[in-house]
Each structure stands twice: as C-alpha cells, then as structure tokens.
Design a protein around this ligand. Sequence first.
Ligand code: AMP
Ligand code: MG
Length: 395
Amino acid sequence: MPAISFVDARSTVLREVFKNRILPAVESVPLCDAAGRVLAEAVHADRDMPPLDRSMRDGYAVRSTDMPGRATVIGMVRAGQNFAATIEWCEAVEIMTGAPVPRGADAVVMLEQVARTDDVIECERPIKPGENINPRGIEAKSGAVVLEAGKRIGYSEISLLATVGVSTVTVFRPLQVAILATGDELVPVDAKPLEHQIRNSNAQALASQVVRAGAIPVTLPVAADEMPAIHERVERGLGADLLLISGGVSAGKYDLVEDVLQCFNAEFFFDRVAIQPGAPLVFGKVGAKFFFGLPGNPVSTMVTFELFARAAIDLLSGRKASPLAVVLARLTQDFKHRPGLTRFLPAKVENGEVTPVAWKGSNDLVSFCRANAFLVADAKRESWSAGEMLPVILK
Ligand code: AMP
Ligand code: MG
C-alpha cells in the first residue's frame, strides 16, 4: 500500500472507528470515582441556574433609577440568606457576593463605588439595570441539558455534576486495551540487558498512555519475532476492546506483524503514513476489533499513539469526538525540514513561544523528555523564519 498523508490517516481512523464502533456497556459509579470516565447519558439542570437573581459582587443592592444619588441602607444579606423585605424608593441593602438580590432591587453597586456615612450610601455614577447581577436561569434553565452524553468527565464536569445533584453517574464501562510488544531484542525492565538487548520500554509507555486516555491496559507477554509467538499473542490481544502492537511493522525480514494479521483475515486501512516519527504505522480491523501496529522506536510508538490510537480509544470509549489540541506558538528561531513528510518534532513551548528541541531521531528518549510539545511541520513547506506562528500539540 502507498503511504497516505497525516490528514487522511487521521480522518480514516476517526471515520472507521466511529462508523463501526459498538458502544461499551453502561454502569453507575459514585461521583468521586467518575473523573476520567465518559458520560453515557445527558445530564440536566435540576433547577434554574442560578436558582435566583444572584449578586456577583460585594456591595449594595439598589434600584438603578435611584442612581446616581443617595439611598438608606435598610439591612444586609449574605450568601446563604434570603432578605425578607422589599426595597423601596431610595433604599439599599448591603449585599455579599453570591447572596440573593432582594425584591425591588435591580442592580448591585460595587462596594468600591459608594461612600457610606452611617446608614446612607452615596453613589456618583449612573447604574445600569441588571448591573452585577446574574439573573435566575441565565446559565441554564431547569431541565436543560448541561452535559451531553459522550463527554469525558474532567474536574469541571465533576463540579457541574455535583452542582446539579448527580451523586451517582451513568458512564460507559472503561475500555480494555491490549498491549503487545514484539522483538527478539527485548528484555524486562528489571533485567540487565546484554549489549545487543534493550529493555521493553514501549509496553510501559503505552500502558501509561492508555491509562491517561481513560482506558485499562492489558499488557501481554512479549512476542519474539516469529510467526507462532506473534500469532498466539495477537489472538489473545483481540479478546480486548482494542489491540496495540509495538514493533515488527517495518519492511525488515523479521517484521512479521502484518503477515500474522493477514492470517486473521485482517482488513488494513493503511500501513504507511507520510509522517515522522512513525511512518510505518499500521491500522486495521479483525472482525469488529481494531488494531494498531505502532512502529517500535520508542518516540515513534508514543507519538503515533497520541496522534492516532488515542482518538480510537476516545471514540470506542463512547466519546463523540477526539479533537487534537493544536495551538499556535511563535517560533523563536529559524526552522527548516525536508518537505514530503508531516513532522511532529519535540519542542519546548513556553509563554506562547516554541523552540525546537535538538534530537537524534526516534530512539532519542533523552531529548524527547526535554520536550513538552510537538511542533507540527507541514509536509509541503521547507522553512520558517523566527517570529512565524507554528502549530504545536502539547505533549
Ligand atoms: P521495529 O519497529 O520492530 O523495527 O523496532 C525498531 C526499534 O525500536 C528496535 O530496533 C528497538 O531499538 C526499538 N524497540 C522496538 N520495540 C521496543 C520496545 N518494546 N521497547 C523499546 N524499544 C523498542
Ligand atoms: Mg522489531
């Protein structure tokens, strides 16, 4: 198969997974365990938000038509209280942030904008009706959808769920993602490798990325570069919801992953992408199960996971979409690359500026760990000057 572009590869993953996905079963979890999970049903406001006209400032509740001018302070209201009386002509009530605005008042004057002498305040500026008041129901009306099904629950969603009284949350079951590292050269992390051996860092990296993506990693024993071993592990891996394989997808004589997948009648959507790192990236499906063959060089493995596998996990987990968080940053120095491939290069982003991190290729973990972002270099362009805005993806 010819290499396809980054954009085509990503849209293929999103399209195929979305089209063919079978949503996970639904379960209920306590709110305190819901962070990171995906909502399986919409959440509604259980009352108007805010439930009453609410002061946004410390100050005085007044009738805007009385201002500029003077008013007599007839009492005080703070958060957690309700003021019983109604404000009449040239009256005011001292009010705290979050407190309900007393009847009769239609604005709140900030503390800093009045002079108070005993029980009389004086304000010299005109006050608009509604000033410093969040009217009842302005954020959401009772019964309105405040969170859609398919949303990943982060800290802000936890706060909103708590606000509308959802103490038990209906979420999708977390995805099980099988991780299979292949390679004759691999030894466990706690082994002392011989010169020609390397520790299996990819299985560890992928497991942590899977966890960060809100799924459960199921790490399989390493497969040597031989058909029967890979065959046996792939069969086990296809029992999970998604299978990630590292290594064995390049063009070498001992890159057997695609041959093994052929034995399972795999459908291949692509097996090469015009990107660096990570060109020999394989994406396909055996029956209803999707798999990725991620290239074995550690940086390639991690980057292709973030660019492609994470999107598949999101959609299979029940999310509606999986946008890449691309932002623009100003380049601090001139930058060049060889066109033809879309490159995702280690970079440092700070205060809106991006600086490429010097690196020695897709095995160079030491440099990769100095980066907090990937700088995205367009395949069709060769050079950029300092000061230009470049897309970056935060790591
Ligand atoms: P491959 O894609 O199988 O040709 O692997 C390319 C290179 O990536 C290998 O020569 C190893 O140096 C490295 N590599 C492969 N698998 C792993 C792994 N599980 N952990 C760390 N490095 C790996
Ligand atoms: Mg290999």
